[in-house]
Design a protein around this ligand. Structure first.
Ligand code: ASP
Ligand code: MG
Length: 469
């Protein structure tokens, strides 16, 4: 069971989450993975940036705030003085380390990816002992463990990849005996360590991934991600009012949704369980009676083909083109080696067969830097007008229609675009991968809500989900 930041928000949330574990532990062996208390990782990183710019107070201020925040939760959760003092001691050691990391950063005005990993790991290292002590206070034997002892990764700081075999060995050595002994291990999400012992992180939001990595390592029966929504929904309920929970969805579909903006899952989460076919649940810790969504290898058909919609706002569209680019060899190659050089994540690509124009979408924060780099790369071609324009269109959204059974079902694209036409939504670009799991299209940011509502009702997503409990 993994509990995300909001499920760890304050003493009340932690107590509610712990109660779920206590109830579950009556008839199952459970390993718990926790995130930092909500907002903590962002604050750790923001203060690291301040320290890097030479501000010596950023670290100490945050350390004090974190001490108070965790202490407050601890006091509300643990009545027994002795038990509380034990956790406080653990916390003090971590906070002292935090001070040293911030002092060093402010002194050197340098923040390497490796140091940033150590700093951003502090939230989970503080929250795990609190959660574990809460379980103990509720009468369940428990121990908190830092995932640096369990999850072995490569050295890619800020987005490390797990090494499955070594991780499995460590889990067998360390977690299995605790489970046999009837204890509930509480593991820090988000972090791991390289073979040489350097702390690494799995990327922002990576605690989901920690949970499936550990689930796979222990051959768990299932992984449950406890979050603050009722599972995977047919669309963002803030955009589409009759959005509903999807009872069962395939790995593929869930991954498409995770990638394209539906923030319920870290995009890599399912990679870890694909081979072992372990089901992953998304459930709401604030409403544990709701069954949530089950993610399985095959999913379950809803009869329709389209399962869900997802959208990302705050995207920019870049286009490189003009009739002349037909004659310039390598325009495509150079365009995308340039985006790779500036580390812009390309979200969608579309090119017409006349080759007059290549357009692609990137997240808006990446856009200016990408266009500048492209203008540099194509400077010569722009002066002799082989490339006529490199343009940037801000305030764009990508909407994706997702469903595994769309493959081989005729008319999905047609229905999508007719529905948009009837709503007067102008489509700027279209992309459908050959997997046919996903039809994506680009619209103006102001049209995103209309586009979502029109397609949601065209494919009767609200009603279809309701008819199948
Ligand atoms: N605390 C980490 C983050 O905010 C990991 C997680 O919450 O999954 O990115
Ligand atoms: Mg989180």
């Amino acid at each position: 069971m993994k509990f995300g930041g909001t499920s760890m928000g304050d003493a009340e949330c932690i107590a509610r989450s712990a109660k779920i574990v206590v109830d579950g532990s009556r008839d199952a062996s459970i390993v718990v993975v926790v995130s930092a208390m909500s907002g903590v990782t962002n604050r750790l990183i923001a203060s690291a940036t301040r320290a890097q710019s030479g501000d010596p107070e950023a670290g100490p201020e945050l350390v004090e705030a974190l001490r108070q925040q965790h202490d407050k939760a601890l006091t509300a959760l643990i009545g027994n003085n002795g038990q509380r003092r034990q956790v406080q001691e653990q916390m003090e050691a971590i906070l002292a380390e935090a001070r040293r990391l911030y002092d060093g950063t402010a002194l050197l005005r340098e923040l390497s990816p490796r140091t940033l990993d150590s700093i951003s790991s502090l939230g989970e290292r503080l929250s795990a002992p609190v959660f574990s002590a809460t379980l103990a206070a509720m009468g369940v034997k428990s121990e908190s463990i830092e995932a640096t002892r369990l999850i072995v990764t490569d050295k890619y700081h800020g987005g490390a990849e797990p090494l499955a075999n070594l991780t499995r060995e460590h889990c067998e050595e360390c977690l299995r005996p605790m489970l046999k002994d009837g204890a509930v291990p509480v593991v820090t999400g988000f972090i791991g360590s390289s073979e040489s012992g350097e702390l690494t992180t799995l990327g922002r939001g990576g605690s989901d991934y920690s949970a499936t990595i550990l689930g796979a390592a222990l051959a768990a029966d299932e992984v449950i991600i406890w979050t603050d929504v009722d599972g995977v929904l047919t669309a963002d309920p803030r955009q589409v009012s009759d959005a509903r929970t999807i009872p069962e969805i395939s790995y593929r579909e869930a991954a498409e949704l995770a990638f394209f903006g539906a923030k319920v899952l870290h995009p890599k989460t399912l990679n870890a369980v694909v081979a072992a076919k372990i089901p992953v649940w998304i459930r709401n810790s604030f409403s544990p009676a709701h069954p949530g969504t089950k993610i399985t290898p095959q999913g379950r058909s809803n009869g329709g083909g389209v399962k869900a919609l997802t959208a990302i706002a705050d995207v920019s569209l870049i286009s490189v083109g003009g009739p002349g680019i037909v004659g310039v060899p390598d325009v495509v190659g150079r365009t995308f080696s340039t985006t790779a050089e500036v580390r812009a994540n390309v979200l969608l690509i579309s090119q017409s067969s006349s080759q007059n124009d290549i357009c692609f979408a990137v997240a808006t924060p990446d856009a200016e830097r990408t266009v500048t780099a492209l203008r540099r790369e194509f400077a010569k071609d722009l002066t002799n007008q082989k490339v006529e324009h490199i343009t940037l269109d801000h305030d764009i959204a990508i909407v994706a229609v997702v469903g595994e059974n769309m493959r081989g079902t005729r008319g999905m694209a047609g229905r999508t675009f007719s529905a948009l036409g009837r709503r007067d939504v102008n489509i700027i670009a279209i992309a459908q991968g050959s997997s046919e799991c996903n039809i994506s299209f680009v619209v103006q940011g102001k049209d995103m809500k209309d586009a979502l509502e029109a397609t949601h009702s065209e494919f009767a997503l609200g009603a279809a989900a309701a008819a199948r409990p």
